[in-house]
Design a binder for this molecule. Structure first.
Ligand code: NAP
Ligand code: SF4
Length: 675
């Protein structure tokens, strides 16, 4: 056990980092926005104000070929320094350091000019990469050093060299993408040459007193990736070449193993950082799925790592460090690793944000001042929309009461948190409760509001966030005892039999299949680290290149058939970055998918369907309805016609179709901020 914790400063000799928390690099999409530098300055300043030790910016290309997208950001010219200074000036109002991440996308770029170690095509890009010539390699090294030197002139404290996640440097390091026969290919010495020449060139140009972090791919998680011996050799070479800090990289973007999604157990990859740390004297940073101060402290205290990198947790809560320092970790708005508003946005070319904190990356759109006209606000419904509204309104200084007909707050999150692999939703409910208490919001549970009661209340405005009710599809025999609604199943009010048909393959249909795959939610092994590593075939003994081994997924405990009427791919509506995981997980559990069906009827025999004109019966014991939702907004319409005060409708009560928590929370926070 070490006597250090996350608040112990890190001494790099020529400079000190105020604590051991690093905000990991995130591409936010602000880089390419109009007034993007002002917006980035606000975004980063908010996090510096919150007390983080080092910020690493989103990845910036060193040249045109290295851009992530055709208009991706690049730092190559002196006239760009002034713009970057807006960011560094904002951050340096506080004792936080900021490093620019230099990222050459290599074959992961999304444009026709992409280059790589060899002529190859990544499975995640439609473009084939051209092989860099030796001359171009020399130019690339020069471009990295040029970017670093411009970063220094723009007052960045250092740079992070992206050497992992399958980007250019990683493409040179690993034999799976480096088929060269010159001095940059073949032996490990040759494959690591590019990385080391880049570092030496940066040191030469920027001097010793400039932080260089190297993001080292400790687990490639792709076939024929780096071996453990090579990772260790590289760590030692980085030390010999005056790198200051080694950051952990886990898994290439094309790897078919979840590395940051919510079903990944917390700190699931700290073990590999620990293994590498044993072989280097450099400070080493642990990363991936560390989202709370307790785990972060444990990792430092038990000597697993010297620093902690958290990226998405700083979208969810810019005050993470400050709250941790004040022993207020219960007040932290925890990142639930859903990817819905951050990574999924980036993949759709939208500015990133955060499902639980819609202000993230949109700081300039919100008015941070308290209200000058305090109002009495009544909120109907304590789901994500209603509570998010209430918290923001109370923070603005309004007097807020929430009325909820159920005995607990959380709405649909109370179902989500019971799904194996979605336990993080508990954290949002904990955060909601803590804020309700902190902000003195009047919460009335077990109270079904009606117009008579509403008229008795003294309110300036009413917010209807009364949510949804699950849709009951019009199918003959739908009231048969075999039929169970998804809330009844998830809440344990009704039990499923040994064979089950699930009607509707949206997000909830997938969730319900995960729920049904286990004997009871308590038996869920999905957040057990050993089971997770076995399920996804991660070789913790690291005997193989890329650390891949055979997958071992226990099949579902019952026969499960997931059905949809559409002919399209299953799970098409799921998030871009997580849909494939849900699909793979169900396939591995031997769950059957049947698409293009018509539901005929339900009888004692089971579920009668027709498919391509052929009728058949699925002889199942239970049928679970996951057929979407309808809005619950009758009271809103009554109130709107009878009351003279402003009435607002938000969340699922406004639009049930494709209701998702991201929209519900965003609507709540924006409405409250505007009052
Ligand atoms: P949903 O995504 O709208 O899916 C409901 C499914 O039910 C539809 O795909 C539809 O498929 C089927 N359906 C609709 N009307 C029907 C009818 N009358 N009869 C039979 N089937 C019918 O809704 P959800 O699954 O309830 O999810 C609600 C929201 O939460 C969605 O926005 C979802 O994305 C989100 N969510 C996301 C996740 C995730 O990303 N992992 C997890 C949970 C929830 P067919 O028409 O093809 O049959
Ligand atoms: Fe975390 Fe989800 Fe927010 Fe992304 S959108 S930062 S994963 S809570």
């Amino acid at each position: 056990m070490s006597n250090k914790d996350i608040f112990t400063p890190l001494d790099l000799g020529y400079t000190q980092i105020q604590n051991r928390i690093l905000m990991g690099s995130m591409h936010t999409g602000l880089e390419e926005e109009k007034n993007g530098f002002e917006k980035q300055a606000s975004f980063y300043e908010e996090r510096a104000k919150g007390g983080v030790g080092i910020i690493v910016t989103g990845g910036i290309a060193p040249n045109l070929f290295g851009r992530l997208s055709p208009f991706g950001h690049q730092l190559s010219f002196p006239w760009q320094i002034k713009k970057h200074k807006k960011i560094t000036k904002a951050v340096h109002k506080y004792p936080t350091k900021i490093c620019l991440q230099i990222l050459h996308a290599g074959r992961y770029g999304y444009h026709p000019l992409i280059v790589s170690a060899s002529k190859t095509k990544a499975p995640i890009s439609p473009f084939k990469a051209r092989k860099l010539t030796s001359l171009e390699i020399r130019k690339t090294i020069y471009d990295y050093a040029n970017t670093a030197s411009l970063a220094k002139k723009a007052d960045y404290d250092g740079v992070e060299i992206m050497g992992s996640e399958g980007y250019l440097i990683n493409q040179f390091l690993s034999p799976c993408t480096n088929h060269r026969t010159d001095k940059y290919g073949g032996s490990f010495e040759n494959r690591s040459r590019l990385a080391l020449e880049i570092i030496r060139a940066i040191r030469k140009k920027c001097g010793r007193e400039f932080i260089i972090i190297f993001r080292l791919s400790m687990l490639d998680l792709v076939k024929n990736g780096m071996s453990f011996e090579e990772v260790i050799k590289l760590a030692k070479l980085l030390e010999d070449n005056d790198v200051d800090i080694i950051n952990t990289g886990i898994g290439w973007h094309e790897a078919r193993i979840p590395t940051i999604a919510t079903m990944v157990p917390r700190a699931a990859f700290a073990w590999i950082t620990k293994k590498v740390k044993e072989h280097t004297n450099l400070p080493v940073i642990a990363t991936n799925r560390i989202n709370n101060p307790e785990d972060a402290n444990k990792i430092i205290q038990d000597g697993t790592a010297d620093m902690i990198s958290m990226a998405r947790p700083f979208l969810a809560d810019p005050e993470f460090v400050q709250k941790a320092k004040n022993n207020q970790s219960h007040l932290i708005n925890t990142c639930i690793a859903c990817n819905q508003a951050c990574l999924d946005h980036i993949f759709k070319n939208k500015v990133a944000s955060c499902l639980v904190n819609p202000k993230a990356c949109h700081e300039t759109e919100f008015n941070q001042n308290k209200t000058k006209r305090k109002k009495k606000l009544i909120v109907i419904g304590a789901g994500p929309a209603g509570i998010s509204f209430a918290i923001e309104a109370a923070k603005k200084g309004h007097e807020v009461s929430i009325y909820e007909k159920k005995s607990e707050i959380g709405g649909q999150f109370n179902l989500a948190r019971r799904i194996p692999g979605k336990e993080e939703f508990n954290e949002t409910i904990r955060y909601f409760k803590a804020q309700i208490e902190l902000l003195n919001i009047n919460l009335v549970l077990n109270f079904e509001m009606n117009l008579t009661e509403l008229k008795k209340l003294d309110a300036d405005e009413i917010i209807f966030a009364s949510g949804i009710t699950p849709r009951t599809p019009k199918i003959d025999g739908i009231d048969h005892p075999k039929v169970i609604s998804y809330p009844d199943l998830i809440l344990g009010n009704k039990k499923a039999g040994a064979s089950v048909a699930v009607i509707g393959a949206g997000g909830i249909g997938f969730d319900v299949c995960e729920h049904l795959a286990y004997e009871s939610p308590k038996d869920s092994t999905s957040l057990n680290l050993d089971e997770f590593l076995k399920e996804w075939g991660i070789d913790t003994e690291y005997k193989t290149r890329g650390a891949l081994t055979k997958k071992h997924t226990p099949p579902a405990v019952r026969k499960i058939i997931l059905l949809q009427r559409k002919q399209t791919k299953f799970g098409k509506s799921l998030g871009k970055t997580t849909g494939w995981i849900h699909r793979q997980s169900l396939k591995d559990k031997k769950i059957e998918f049947i698409g293009g069906v018509t539901y005929e009827k339900v009888s004692d025999e089971g579920l009668h369907i027709s498919q391509d004109g052929n009728k058949r019966v699925l002889p199942v014991d239970s049928i679970i309805l996951c057929a979407g939702q309808v809005s619950e907004n009758n009271l809103f319409h009554e109130a709107k016609s009878e009351l003279t005060i402003p009435c607002h409708l938000i969340g699922g009560a406004l639009l049930a179709q494709e209701i998702d928590a991201k929209r519900a929370i965003d609507e709540g926070v924006r409405l409250a901020n505007s009052l």
